[in-house]
Design a protein around this ligand. Structure first.
Ligand code: SIN
Length: 484
């Protein structure tokens, strides 16, 4: 079966209350590398999502009482199963999403690292005692699970985005209902199979797959049992979902769009900066919210840096993610290719000079890695989140002007800077209006760090000790009469 060793991981039905649900209709999942159909998946909609939410409610009441150490052990078993089935999970991911197999393995390890992290954090949910305002009072603070969590996650990281929400939720004592993207439901269903094998109680972890996103989203944002909703995706969709959550005053975490600046100062190690840029730009073919979108290069080193970028990009191998040596896979759809092409055409009309890699497969949703020379912060490719392998190189003159340009965006997710001047590193890092700043590094995501943005990039943090708080309510206990 498509080279998958453990056929039990190839699932095409929603996972609700510990069962695989039969659907009345089906939708096709295709391989973006060649457009060929990959799987017929059974549709779930509002009714099945309601069933999942209600099962989660029943399971959560018991789960909240399970000792943290036991919750931690179950999460660890889930993590171990993910590593045991690394090859199969990576292959499923590449087949449905397109990223190169090595990168898909990296994503499975990345997702699993959050499960391990939160398995370890589950036993460290501390409260507080606070000096009271009078001799008779004591102030105690305890933390309790939020309850049932609904989530919607995107196609660009079909494993890690869902897993890094589910792991802290389950660790905190919550139950979880996931809705993965309809383009890439198979990775989430494979992980559900492993949750079943790990021994999580029925109903605690559910995956609902279907193409009617508005209907499913309505249940996940508005059902009275849902206490928290966590979303990763575009800012436009995030705003709609936030509005839906507002009606029931649900807690929310929103990991939305980005427009990351990548700043190269004249004192930077240019070779290191190019190395970092290749990862920050071309990871997942440029389809991540933290991909460098605007590359600002100080004018005095612009030509030297541009030559090094040209040489690095010329060597990129574009192709089917299952083929040995592929570095850049296809984009998710033809619509995505058309959108990137339109941004490049508009930027060229605005004065940029585009140069592309020559060899790209004819069949499949490919876009050639492209450098836009002499771009500006006002051009289409800089004003919009590209979500493709296009790299606009923008010259700048001084620190103050580049900080102003970098901050000139509604988004505030990730920013990157390269400099060997320690004073400048601190000044610029502090001045950048972003939730995450990488200094002399092209990859900032890891389980120990708080991932998340500000401004239109959303709120809430995933990973780190802060990530667990997103799934915990603070309760204050006021103890009176303590002096009698
Ligand atoms: C994203 O693109 O939304 C997440 C990327 C990451 O976790 O590094």
């Amino acid at each position: 079966m498509k080279g998958i060793q453990d056929s039990g991981l190839w699932r095409t039905r929603s996972f609700v209350d510990g069962q695989w649900l039969a659907g009345t209709a089906r939708f096709t999942v295709s391989n973006p590398a060649n457009g060929e159909p990959l799987a017929e998946v059974e549709e779930a909609g509002a009714a099945e999502t309601t069933q999942a939410v209600e099962a989660a409610d029943r399971a959560q009441r018991a789960w909240a009482k399970v000792p943290a150490a036991q919750r931690s052990t179950l999460l660890m078993s889930w993590h171990d199963l993910m590593l045991e089935h690394l090859d199969d999970l990576a292959r499923i991911l590449t087949l449905e999403q397109g990223k190169p197999l090595a990168e898909a393995r990296g994503e499975i390890l990345y997702g699993a690292s959050y499960v391990k992290w939160f398995a370890e954090e589950a036993v460290r949910v501390y409260g507080d005692t606070i000096p009271g305002p009078s001799p008779d009072k004591r102030v105690l603070v305890i933390k309790q699970p939020v309850g049932v969590v609904g989530s919607i996650t995107p196609w660009n990281f079909p494993n890690a985005m869902m897993v890094r929400k589910a792991a802290p939720a389950l660790a905190a004592g919550c139950a979880f209902v996931a809705k993965p993207a309809a383009e890439t439901p198979l990775s989430a269903l494979a992980v559900a199979e492993l949750a079943k094998r790990a021994g999580f109680p029925n109903g605690l972890f559910n995956v609902v797959v279907g193409t009617d996103a508005p209907a499913i989203g309505q249940v996940l944002t508005q059902h009275p049992v849902i206490r928290k909703f966590s979303f990763t995706g575009s800012t436009a969709t995030g705003k709609r979902l936030l509005a839906q959550c507002a009606e029931g005053v649900k807690r929310t975490s929103m990991e939305l769009g980005g427009n990351a600046p990548f700043i190269v100062f004249e004192d930077a190690d240019l070779d290191e900066a190019v190395k970092g840029l290749m990862v920050a730009k071309f990871r997942n073919a440029g389809q991540t919210c933290v991909c460098s979108n605007r590359i600002f290069v100080q004018r005095s080193v612009y030509e030297a840096f541009a030559d090094k970028v040209r040489a690095a990009v010329a060597n990129l191998v574009v192709g089917d993610g299952l083929e040995e040596g592929t570095q850049i896979g296809p984009l998710v759809s033809q619509a995505a290719v058309d959108k990137v092409a339109a941004l490049v055409a508009e930027s060229e009309a605005q004065g940029a000079k585009a140069e592309t890699v020559a060899r790209v497969p004819e069949q499949g949703h490919y876009y050639p890695p492209t450098v836009l020379y002499h771009a500006s912060n006002a051009m289409a490719a800089a004003r919009n989140e590209i979500f493709g392998p296009v790299l606009p190189l923008i010259p700048f003159d001084d620190e103050a002007s580049v900080v102003a340009e970098a901050n000139d965006s509604e988004f505030g997710l990730a920013a990157y800077l390269y400099s060997r001047d320690i004073g400048r590193v601190f000044r610029v890092s502090e001045a950048l209006e972003y939730g995450m700043v990488a200094v002399n590094d092209g990859i900032l995501s890891n389980a120990a760090a708080p991932f998340g943005g500000i401004k239109a990039s959303g709120h809430g943090r995933e990973g780190s000790k802060y990530g667990l708080d997103d799934y915990l309510d603070i309760k204050y206990l006021c103890l009176g009469g303590m002096d009698r």
